[in-house]
Design a protein around this ligand. Structure first.
Ligand SMILES: [Zn+2]
Length: 243
């Protein structure tokens, strides 16, 4: 019996060797969540699927359904991966974006918003958008929101009071707290809190610049929220710290 075929847009999150000649490619698809697909022959370097199996590639994939693993039958490439690997900053930011999506969503968990945000952010980096702090902080906020963990930024998440100048970010409570409720949290300062609010609704082409004070606290606060939810650090974060 012939394997069932299905077609979907997808982005390559990562890959690993499978047998001597093949690779398993982890794809974030538009309609079927995250799937693992065998790309036959790509480790031998002669497969016509080689470009479609590269990290960050966005393509239209024809996939076959297997019993345990699916496989790639054909692919039309929408955006090549090399646009993202030519620049070290873009590469580090793109690696962080795919690791965030890979970590927050499970295999087969339908998440069209995960695919959409990944496509938007990788397209922007491919087009030469700066991969600096405003991009990275907006990305973290976007991933948190899409995964159902949008941080509360307007009022104290605990008591609901309006936030005065000394707002603190408390990952275990899910956002900003007043000083009375968030004693153990990280102070982000009034400029940091304002930057968080501006980033949460910003378009990529209108990213609010980092404030003179509080940007590093916002970075630490959002990353601690990410790791609090995931329960582990992200590998790609190391490269960002170096850059
Ligand atoms: Zn409070």
């Amino acid at each position: 019996m012939a394997a069932a075929l299905y077609k979907t847009e997808a982005i390559v999150l990562r890959g690993y060797p499978f047998g001597e000649a093949d690779r398993v490619i982890v794809l974030q698809t538009a309609e079927h969540g995250k799937v693992r697909d065998v790309a036959k022959g790509v480790s031998r370097g002669k497969s016509r699927l080689a470009a479609a199996a590269q990290l960050f590639t966005h393509g239209s994939y024809l996939l076959w359904q297997g019993r345990e693993l699916d496989g790639i039958s054909q692919a039309d490439i929408v955006r090549q991966s090399h646009l993202l690997t030519a620049d070290l900053g873009a590469l580090a930011a793109a690696s962080y974006a795919v690791e965030l999506v890979d970590s927050f969503w499970e295999d087969r968990q339908e998440a069209p918003e995960a695919f959409a945000l990944l496509r938007e952010n990788l397209d922007w980096l491919s087009a030469g958008g700066p991969p600096g702090a405003p991009f990275l902080r907006r990305l973290e906020l976007q991933v948190l929101a899409a995964a159902g963990f949008a941080p509360e930024l307007e009022a104290c998440v605990q008591c609901g009071r309006a936030l005065a100048a000394e707002a603190r970010y408390v990952p275990s409570r899910g956002g900003l707290c007043c000083p009375a409720c968030g004693g153990e949290g990280r102070p982000v300062g009034p400029a940091g809190a304002a930057w968080l609010r501006a980033l949460a609704g910003a378009d990529l082409d209108r990213l609010p610049p980092p404030p003179g004070q509080g940007a590093a606290d916002v970075a630490a606060a959002l990353y601690s929220h990410v790791t609090y939810i995931l329960g582990h650090p992200l590998r790609s974060r190391g490269m960002l710290e170096i850059l």
